[in-house]
Design a protein around this ligand. Structure first.
Ligand SMILES: *Cc1c(COP(=O)(O)O)cnc(C)c1O
Length: 390
């Protein structure tokens, strides 16, 4: 039996996270996917080179001309991602903002209209409020929990509905199947940023999204050591993404692809632990007298908890948790300054817990819960609450 050619058939998520897209290097038999640090690929004959150029123009996997177009380390990651997202095809790019930009620019032209949710990552907000309008693309930002808001914002030239599945920082969960139906009724594409959940918790393509994207920098990579962007969907849409990626130069480096490959193998392990920790902390925080309220989709008090139960894959609710302290800016600052384990930092999805006192909300603390022992986190928060009251 040649173990490199076994068709394992459909496997469970955790097995795919480890096995798919990878295998011993065909030349050296190196088990771990090598970092192909090469810009160009060399041939002996013109005919062979011309055949490769033809394959490259058709975006055939395995064509090797130049690493801005394709690279074997990145291709391995793309195959793995396509499997994890239940997508026909996936494209791995330089960072999350490259993924957002490529998804939008491939679907929108001057004169088109796009609807975006009102609670998004700050750079995504800049795209919708400044960059896209300056290129002649009309944008509207609406509150998306009430479907009527989206329906009212629809225009004859609306081409895309865009949102973050679990929003930043208010952790609102979008009703993906209902919004997908609305988008498709109007012939629009539905694009979902699923950074805050990852495909381990939820797969938007299974709920009607046309394109899913991530800041792979966060949960996919998981160790805060590489920038990475993920886009996945139908082959036709991904071919267009590849064309733009090649011509705009938003490619990822082979080394960062390799770090992403290494990170994603433990995505199920990390998110199981992060979800357990976040659930325990959410319940613990909800019972604290210093806390006004906690936002976490795993809590019954979360407004879309039932929806989360319906859309999420297993009994996990992810690692992102927010809470409002009683008091204002002073309390928020004192608490954030007093915790010892989590550093104050932007970004999320790391194995280390990160705390982000979220401006302009006066008393909102955002936690990206890590993989530490939750008892240490509770003890740490306990002393920070005591300090806060001094
Ligand atoms: C971080 C983030 C991005 C941008 O990703 P980068 O990898 O930093 O470019 C986009 N969307 C969300 C929800 C994010 O948290």
């Amino acid at each position: 039996m040649d173990k490199n050619k076994v068709d394992y058939g459909p496997m469970e998520f955790a097995t795919r996270a480890i096995k798919y897209g990878e295998g011993p290097d065909p030349v050296t038999h190196a088990l771990n996917t090598p970092i192909y640090e090469t810009t160009t690929y060399a041939y002996s004959e013109t005919d062979e080179y011309d055949r490769m150029i033809g394959d490259a123009m058709a975006w055939k996997p395995g064509c090797r001309i130049y690493s801005r177009t394709t690279n074997p380390t990145t291709s391995a990651m793309e195959e793995k991602v396509a499997s994890l997202e239940n997508a026909e095809d996936a494209c791995v790019v330089s960072c999350g903002m490259a993924a957002v930009s490529l998804a939008l620019l491939t679907q929108l032209n001057a004169g088109d209209h796009v609807i975006c949710s009102d609670d998004t990552f700050v750079c995504t907000a800049s795209l919708f409020e400044d960059i896209l309008p300056s290129k002649g693309i009309e944008t509207d930002r609406v509150e998306i929990l009430d479907l009527e808001n989206i329906r009212k914002a629809m225009k004859p030239n609306t081409k895309v509905i865009y949102l973050e599945a679990l929003s930043n920082p208010l952790l609102k969960l979008a009703d993906l199947p209902a919004i997908a139906a609305l988008a498709h009724e109007h012939g629009c594409k539905f694009i979902v940023d699923n950074t805050f959940l990852s495909p381990f918790i939820m797969r938007p393509l299974d709920h009607g999204a046309d394109i899913v994207l991530h800041s792979g920098t966060k949960y996919y990579v998981g160790h805060g050591d590489a920038l990475c962007g993920i886009v996945a969907g139908k082959k036709e849409d991904m071919d267009r993404i590849r064309y733009y990626n090649d011509n705009l130069g938003t490619h990822i480096s082979p080394f960062d692809s390799w770090l992403a490959l290494r990170g994603v193998r433990t995505l199920p392990l990390r998110l199981t632990k992060q979800s357990e920790n976040a659930m325990a902390l959410a319940k613990w925080l909800e019972a604290r007298p210093e806390v006004e309220f906690v936002l976490y989709p795993g809590l019954e008090s979360h407004k879309q908890h039932e929806l989360a139960r319906k859309l999420f894959v297993g009994d996990h609710f992810g690692g992102m948790l927010c809470f409002h302290l009683k008091g204002g800016y002073e309390e928020m600052k004192k608490f954030a300054d007093s915790v010892r384990i989590p550093p104050i930092a932007t970004s999320l999805g790391d194995v280390v817990t990160l705390i982000y006192p979220k401006k302009p909300y006066d008393n909102l603390i955002r936690l990206s819960v890590g993989c530490e022992d939750v008892r240490d986190l509770m003890a740490d928060f306990d002393q920070a609450f005591e300090n806060m009251k001094k």
